[in-house]
Structures are given as C-alpha cells and as structure tokens.
Design a protein around this ligand. Sequence first.
Ligand code: SF4
Ligand code: SF4
Length: 188
Amino acid sequence: MIKTVFDEKLNLLNEIPAGASIGIIACADCAAAFKTADTRRIEQVKKIFGGRNETLFTLSVNSPCDRRVLAQFAAAVRGFDKADCYIILACEAGRRSAAEYIAQRRKSGEDFKIISPVKTVSYVSLDCSGVSHEACVFCGECVRSSSAAAACPVAACPINKKDGPCQSRANDFCVIEGFESRRCSWLY
Ligand code: SF4
Ligand code: SF4
C-alpha cells in the first residue's frame, strides 16, 4: 500500500479563491486507509470552505491511480467539468492520474486548478494487526538491485541509512535508541 499523510501546514484557503467552485476526488483505497481520503477527511476539507466555496461534487473512487477506473466513475458525476478547482485526496500516483484525466476532459483554454493537500510518504506492508511496515521510502538511490536482503534495508532502518550497517555496532543489533532489540536491517 502507499502511505500518505495530510499536509496540515497547507492553507487551502490561500490556494483557492473565494467563490471558486470545487470538486473533490478521493481515493477509497490506500489513502482512505491512511485517513487522508476517508469520509471524515472529505468532510473536514468541505468544512474548510463552508459557505465560501460551492462544492460541486465529491467523488470517492477505488484506486484513482488507475485512470480506467477513475474515468468510469467520473463519467457519472454531474458537474465534473464545471469545477474551478479540483482537490485530489490521493497519493502521488492518484494525483497524477486524476490530473491527466481532468486535463484530457476539459476543453482547451478552460481555466481550472488542481491541488492536493496529501503527501506520499512510503510504500508499506500491513501486518495482521494493521500495523504498517515500511517497504520503500522512495530514497531516490535504490540499492535493491545490489542488495541480497529480503526486505529493503534502507526502508527497514529507523534512520533510513543508505550506505550499509552502522560501524559503531558492537553486535548484530541496531544502535538506535528504542530499536536495540531489532537486528540491523542491513544484516538480514
Ligand atoms: S533503496 Fe529501498 S527505500 Fe530506496 S528506493 Fe530502493 S526500495 Fe525504496
Ligand atoms: S544499526 Fe540500526 S541505524 Fe545502523 S544501519 Fe543498522 S538498522 Fe540502520
């Protein structure tokens, strides 16, 4: 799954002018699971605009990162092409997919804005208790091709170290406070 966080620092009121109409596209899969696009979050975003901006539609869709799915759901939404601003509650893949789809649908020369208060953090697996474990933190310098480790050592390391195990180790366990009982991710 893709882990996302809501950007609480982004002031949406600064981004969208008063009176501009809004359309909200929310991912009902990963982003909803991480509460950046669930029903509560959608209501929170709508409430920010209150009587200041009209919300033309809210589209909650499974995997908007798949444009075929997004297109199927969006086709039935009234006012989809009329929004002045689209707020995308999804990971970077969902945002890109939605942005491309909207651009494709809108007539050339039409003015509209696309904004997302959601940040993509990492690629995670969820265990049976629902606890997430980082699988990739998008470090930008992938070592996977040269690593024989079962899981990415960078993502599994508490400080996301990219250049091998800490030399200050006295044993095979992690040197970081709070993680001493965990084997160094680079030694799997
Ligand atoms: S090294 Fe690990 S964290 Fe970095 S890009 Fe590759 S899989 Fe992702
Ligand atoms: S000892 Fe801990 S902090 Fe250092 S590389 Fe290994 S997992 Fe990362």
